[in-house]
Design a protein around this ligand. Sequence first.
Ligand code: HEC
Ligand code: HEC
Length: 567
Amino acid sequence: MKAILINIIYLSIISSCFAQSPDWSSEATLSGGDEKMSPNHRANIFEYSQDQLGEKIEAGKKHALFYPVTVSDLLIPYAPLKKFFESDPKDPVRKMIFDLTKMASPFKSMDEIYGWLGLHHYPQASQAEAPYPLPDLTEEQKALPMGATLMETPDGMALTFGCAACHSSDLFGVKVLGLTNRFPRANEFFRYGKILSPYVNSFLFKDLLQTTEGERQMLVRIKKTTKSVGVLAPQALGLDTSLSQVALSLARREKDPYATRTARAAHFPRSSWLDKHRADSKPAVWWNVKYKTRWLSDGSIISGNPVHTNFLWNEIGRGTDLKKLETWLVENKQTIDDLTAAVFGAKAPRYEAFFGDHSIDIEKAKRGQKHFIQSCQKCHGVYEKNWDQSNSEQIHPSQLVKNSKIWYHKKTPVKDVGTDPGRYLGMKAFADDLNRLQISKSMGTVVQAQTGYVPPPLEGIWSRYPYFHNNSIPNLCALLTPAKLRPKKYWMGPAENKETDYDQECAGYPLAEKTPQHWKENKNYLYDTSADGLSNSGHDERIFIKDGVEIYTQTERFELIEFLKTL
Ligand code: HEC
Ligand code: HEC
């Protein structure tokens, strides 16, 4: 008996020291609840003790800001880049390169490059509204915008980009890690790199920019590597073409288990469905990951740690040697685990923290909750509110709007509700290429193409506009409008001013005469649903339309939106 007791104590000490290995298999389900839904989530994916969890997440957040992969093959020599772009626009080398490529160089400083890339300055003060605080950084680290990474390499200082370049956002002045970057330009940056690099003679580059031999070598590698990379500009600002970039890059490498890079494969790419079709999607929010058992907008990663997939995709898109990446992943397990802990631990921003304690009309939201239960929860999950608690009288009024418990599917579903098929069809076109890779096998990643998309958990939905995987819906009023009557074009813009840049009634972009005038002066801010992959179809019939007739009156629709704002 005593021995058993000691064993139990011993085991409980051990288990509080070491990370649990999560169930990454396709059989994974959330625990508890009834046969369909679970009140639990995996915010503490490795089941660390509370002290450890904080430490691991802090480390993981830093990896999200500063890209950790050192075997990346597209590392940009930082000093020459800075010198090049900060040189006089009439500088002969600079002028020659841009004349040759028929491109204009708009940049006069690195700061302008970062701004164009959509990167945000690291906040100088602490942010009360952010539920998921940013990590403690040194002054030097804080000086870099979020996602920009300067890496010491044997060849000199290199510039690259981390997760936060796509997965952090400026929400009315508050920097939110885990929220979709509204205007990322990472894909375009690589596309320019690929267009420009053949024109740059590495020796001329060395002479004129007085680079070191190491920096020249970096350039030589870029010139070589970009040949094995397929690039594509997104159809609309705010979307990302990573999926296509990975598919088109694999088509430029050999078909063997390591997708070996050869000059032949780079020169004669295999044809792909994605040569002619679009599969753009927006970077996903991180706080949903803890509720799910399969990953990506179409739920096509049915097994394996989603963070592995992100490294793999990022690196194929950067032309990296997959044997080197495989070794890196094994040797840097702690980095991956910490980043994984941070992604699963992410938290959603709350509406009332931004708009004030009285910004939600609770009675109206309670009426909206009934519509939600009737029409939405079977796909999007159950959101129990503090106002539903039996002791709600004792709860402080400012806390009543909060969720007390979220129930999501034990096993994440995929539903086809008629939204644009481009993104899920894109996965059908190259799932086999991903599964064939040895690195997928050694990481336990399995891709299974799907028909439809995951109905995402709706926590923090007010902040995630524009909606759907392809950003085709500007606000919740448009989402709850029959597809054929939704806006065919709309203007987007940065979230700077809560009064003018956000429609509080409709939760999302202000439309028509409410659109800020200066957004219309930037043609990149126009979203046109007639373009391939940008359709705003679906998610109406059998959801809030029955046999062609809308279920809800205008008043009820606003009640539902009021409830959605509290999630
Ligand atoms: C170039 C932009 C970009 C970068 C950089 C990037 N991501 Fe993503 N990420 C995306 C896009 C786009 C999606 C959604 C793709 C889809 O499912 O259609 C996504 C999806 C995800 C998901 C899946 C979420 C879900 O709900 O299933 C996770 C997790 C994730 N990213 C983590 C990371 C991590 C960790 C890094 C850094 C190693 C990273 N991402 C870097 C663009 C990016
Ligand atoms: C049959 C399942 C189903 C039902 C019922 C349903 N949805 Fe959805 N919903 C989806 C799917 C699937 C998506 C993802 C579509 C996409 O991205 O292309 C989605 C997307 C959304 C989004 C956008 C999420 C984002 O991150 O952009 C919102 C908001 C939403 N639904 C609200 C609702 C509301 C409100 C109701 C009830 C009136 C509802 N849904 C009912 C399946 C459903």
